[in-house]
Design a protein. Structure first.
Lengths: 648, 316
């Protein structure tokens, strides 16, 4: 808690701004209860009634969602000034973000985070983008540009009941803009400290019933501690074509690639891994109001080299996915969805004992039953068969949703989810050098085909509501019981000085983990030109047998931010994030403590209309609070980025 | 002599490249409070109409932002330049323009319910220096659509909160009466009364008619009313496509570009010498019908082919 004085200072300034701002706005408090008192009637017609796709796989109002969900809009992404999705997610309660280098940022939910984090399902427009061979998402390799994103939906808690494996700690669905929504042409260029350069070009439009969108992006950034070395170099290209068959039916096609180099920290003894390769995809889908057919092909290929030991490896994976979903909503007081999917994965790598493949077939069903006007019940489940472990799982969930008042919603949920062992967990076969000067001493890591899926049983209660016209609040509490976590363990040792040649494998841990915690947050409008948010998360993960606390999950987190548009064309945002201290174990150095830290980001922008230009300056770690977020991570200092963008 | 010729040539050159304003073209001040796509479309339509009518103008855009005093100050600065006409986009911009000048003609576009907002007294003969293109469809148009979709519907329900809408509610009631239907309306003072008003009303009506009362409709209250009407199998008439997507049966929606052109026609008349007070407020002449076919299917409402064709045509 070294940062407590600074934390209190930030909080004090934040609260002070809340108190002072109303003095400049006599309108505050005029209207209690209505959400849009400052809108004119025609603007009420233009607002979009929020719909959420992720929690129930169908568009629905956010208040109907059976789980704790947050949405980040395109406007919030733009005004944040941040350059990657994980940094944007920091503002959300219950989300753990851990940056090790510009290309290596990990995201977990409610305490389940690590290097190469693999408990989260990440999708772009319903297409999974995690790498099936280990279940991890390498965010810097996603073939997407921030300016293409319409919104990001984040579900806290397991989502296996609808989405299957990997939706273990949560689901993140990135929804992109359709050609109609993207509409015009955007050119944007950024340059900043740490040898950061970015370029974006997106054009979209319609030719009668055919919508098209083309995007091209470049990003490069130097290491934070040695910016002369490139940590990240990526070329991203995407193409989308939507064809509207009639008012109800639409065909969508998309293809894209992210090609480049990035570095990952996987394990201390290996140091940084340099990846040089590409991730590509092709998707085709058919949409009509009650029916969705989604198909896609993900492929990735890379050469990987350990900087410390100079050992080389490679991988090539393919994922083929077909999914069908049907909504039956003509049953009175019911909203039933059912569907099925088939997924085929292949992988080849020098680190596997052989080329491997796997079939996953699934069937899912969910019904929302409207019992009274104040109460509805959501129940569902998913059956998955996985050929890799030759076993099936049933992931059920149920939620009770109460509306005691039109502006209030209370949720009570229980769900069970699984995370299957992956190709690396079951078929790994790699001799890792511990010390480059003694290449004869190695760790022989082997997969374990006997692994069983990780399990989580989650209980959750939540309340959200509009307290006044300018204050939205939410409270969520959770209790999770996690069993059979897959861990890499040393199973044998041979005492050869100074290191030990060892054999390692993956095993399911015997001790269940109990996670308790909660989030409380508020979004508020101080005046027409000033909005803000504040949220606090608490989480405690404990080994139920030894009663020891799992120290890798920061107990306390606090986020706060303000967004102001005080004068025509001028906008300013600031957000600050406090993360509690953590302790991480590593293979060579043992337990290492990471101090608590405060990260403050800000952006100042000025825009003119004709031509439609915007010049922005973004500050990352504004107050230069140098810190690490993981023992293997770089020290993070201040960065500045200038961006000029033009719409036409 | 040589210097005289050079000076004359320089003057001629400057005159040729001078802004048209100096050559006598009227200055049009454009007032905008929010940079929204419908406003940009309306402005494009407005300019296009004036260009087609052969009217050249000098355009000065004023983005009226900040607190009310800052907005008024920006408007006052614009008025000091004595523009020939103010083109105001949206209710807020029109209100600021009306509060700032009673002399300079004001033409508005993209204003929904200008009478409820107190901007005009009457659609046929607006008072003072204001006229424009409203977004209000004639209630008769909506009733004609209702007759096609639900010919047997007799009782239409409506909930509102702001007394300014009394006049609009009276107009809807009169139009329904003349079609042999009845309006059952409830005005609530605060949101605590919404449950009770909905409970009383929804059991007695065949159709729910939404009006754009921004003091009543929020994400939450819209969700509540959509859910309640759906549960009772009562069609909900929305005010825009976003409400149709969220669960309303249908809406009539305008074409912002054409609204801009309609406003441009009024501006053209004023710039040619007509009195704004003599120019009636126009209603949308182009209409788009948006239908939620899933909701129609749930409510067992068969959409006539003619409407499907019109909706398909207008939404392309």
């Amino acid at each position: 808690m070294n940062n407590l004085p600074r934390l209190f200072l930030v909080l004090f300034l934040f609260l002070l701004s809340l108190l002072i701002a109303p003095l400049y706005n006599s309108a505050l408090g005029e209207e209690i209860g209505a959400e849009y008192p400052e809108l004119s009637p025609e603007e009420l017609a233009w607002i979009e009634i929020p719909e959420v796709i992720t929690p129930a796989r169908i568009a629905q109002p956010i208040t109907e969602a059976p789980f704790s969900i947050s949405i980040i809009t395109a406007e919030e992404i733009h005004r944040s000034g941040l350059t990657n999705i994980p940094d944007i997610l920091r503002r959300l309660a219950g989300v753990d973000v851990m940056a090790l280098s510009p290309s290596d940022i990990n995201v977990g939910i409610r305490g389940l985070n690590s290097t190469v984090s693999n408990t989260l399902l990440v999708m772009i427009d319903g297409r999974s983008v995690y790498m099936d061979f280990y279940g991890t998402t390498i965010w810097s390799t996603l073939p997407i540009l921030l300016d293409e994103i319409k919104r990001i939906e984040v579900v806290r808690g397991p989502g296996s009941a609808l989405y299957g494996a990997n939706a273990f700690s949560g689901v993140i669905n990135i929804i992109t803009k359709t050609p109609e929504e993207q509409k015009d042409t955007l050119i944007s260029a950024s340059a900043g400290t740490k040898n950061t350069y970015r370029g974006t070009a997106i054009t979209a439009g319609n030719i009668e019933d055919l919508g098209y969108k083309l995007s091209l992006g470049w990003k490069e950034e130097g290491f934070w501690e040695d910016s002369n070395r490139k940590a990240l170099e990526n070329l991203i290209a995407n193409g989308n074509v939507n064809y509207r068959i009639d008012d109800e039916k639409e065909l969508r096609f998309g293809a894209g690639v992210n090609s480049g180099k990035e570095y990952l920290s996987i394990e201390e003894s290996q140091g940084l891994f340099k990846l040089d390769g590409y991730v590509t995809y092709f998707n085709a889908s058919y949409l009509q109001p009650n029916l969705t057919i989604l198909s896609y092909w993900n492929r990735g290929e890379a050469d990987a080299k350990s900087e410390r030991t100079e050992q080389k490896t490679n991988f090539l994976y393919n994922t083929y996915h077909l999914e069908l979903q049907y909504a039956l909503n003509n049953i009175p007081y019911n909203n039933l969805i059912l569907g099925g999917s088939y997924r085929y994965n292949t992988m080849g790598s020098r680190t596997l004992d052989r080329g491997v493949h796997q079939n996953i077939s699934a069937f899912f069903l969910q019904d929302s039953i409207y019992i009274t006007e104040f109460l509805h019940f959501v129940a569902g489940g998913r059956y998955d068969y996985n050929s890799l472990i030759d076993d099936y799982r049933l992931s059920p969930r149920g939620s009770l949703i109460l509306h005691p008042h039109p502006d209030q919603v209370i949720r009570l949920s229980v769900s069970k989810a699984y995370r299957d062992p992956t190709f690396l967990d079951t078929h790994f076969d790699f001799y890792g050098i511990i010390d480059p000067s003694h290449p004869e001493y190695t760790v022989h890591s082997l997969g374990n085909p006997e692994l069983v899926p990780e399990k989580i049983l989650a209980y959750e209660a939540g309340w959200s509501g509009l307290l006044t016209s300018f204050l939205k609040t939410r409270v969520d509490i959770f209790y999770n019981r996690i069993e059979d976590l897959i861990k890499g363990l040393i199973v044998s040792r041979y005492p050869v000085y100074p290191f030990f040649s060892r054999e390692a494998t993956f095993e399911n841990t015997d001790d269940p983990i109990r996670a308790i915690g909660g989030e409380v947050g508020a979004e508020f409008r101080i005046s027409e030109w000033l909005n803000g948010f504040i949220n606090y998360s608490y989480q405690e993960l404990k080994n139920t047998r030894t009663d020891e606390i799992v120290k890798s999950a920061p107990k306390n987190k606090l986020n706060a931010g303000l967004d102001a548009s005080p004068w025509t064309g001028l906008s300013a945002t600031i957000s600050t994030h406090y993360v509690d201290e953590t302790t991480w174990g590593s293979s060579l150095s043992g337990d290492q403590e990471i101090d608590d830290y405060i990260l403050t980001n800000a952006r100042l922008a000025y825009a003119i209309n004709e031509p439609d230009l915007e010049l922005a300056v973004s500050f990352f770690n504004l107050f230069n609070d140098k810190h690490r977020e993981h023992p293997l991570g770089e020290k993070i200092g201040q960065r500045i980025l200038f961006t000029l963008s033009c719409h036409f | 002599m040589k210097s005289l010729i050079i000076t004359a040539l320089l003057f001629a050159l400057i005159a040729a490249i001078l802004p048209p304003a100096l050559a006598g073209d009227p200055v049009i001040a454009v007032f905008i409070t929010r940079d929204l796509e419908p406003h940009r479309e309306a402005l494009a339509g407005f300019r296009e109409e004036l260009r087609d009518e052969g009217i050249k103008a000098v355009w000065e855009e004023y983005h009226l932002q900040g607190d009310p005093e800052e907005r008024s100050e920006s408007a006052r600065r614009a008025i000091k330049k004595e523009p020939a006409l103010i083109f105001a986009l949206g209710t807020s911009a029109t209100r600021i323009a009306a509060q700032t000048t009673s002399q300079i003609p004001i033409v508005f576009a993209n204003v929904l319910n200008p009478r409820a907002s107190g901007l005009i007294g009457d659609y046929h003969g607006p008072n003072g220096n204001i006229t424009g293109a409203s977004l209000d469809f004639n209630p008769d148009e909506l009733i004609a659509l209702l007759d096609k979709l639900q010919p047997d519907s007799r009782r239409i329900g409506l909930i509102y909160r702001t007394s300014n809408f009394n006049g609009l509610v009276d107009d809807i009631a009169a139009a329904l009466r003349s079609s042999g239907k009845e309006l059952l309306s409830r005005r609530i003072d605060n949101l605590d009364g919404l449950n009770q008003a909905a409970e009383e009303l929804l059991g007695r009506i065949d159709i729910f008619w939404m009006i754009a009362d921004h003091h009543l409709f929020s994400h939450q209250t819209t969700r509540y009313l959509l859910l309640e009407t759906m549960r009772r199998r009562i069609p909900f008439i929305g005010i825009s496509p976003s409400y149709v997507r969220a669960g309303a049966l249908f809406c009539l929606y305008w074409d912002s570009h054409d609204i801009g052109r309609q406003a441009g026609e009024a501006a053209g008349r004023i710039l040619r010498g007509d009195n704004p007070a003599a120019i009636p407020i126009s209603r949308p002449r182009k209409r788009n019908i948006h239908i939620n076919y899933t909701v129609a299917s749930n409510l067992n409402i068969e959409i006539p082919d003619s409407l499907i064709e019109e909706a398909a045509g207008s939404n392309r």
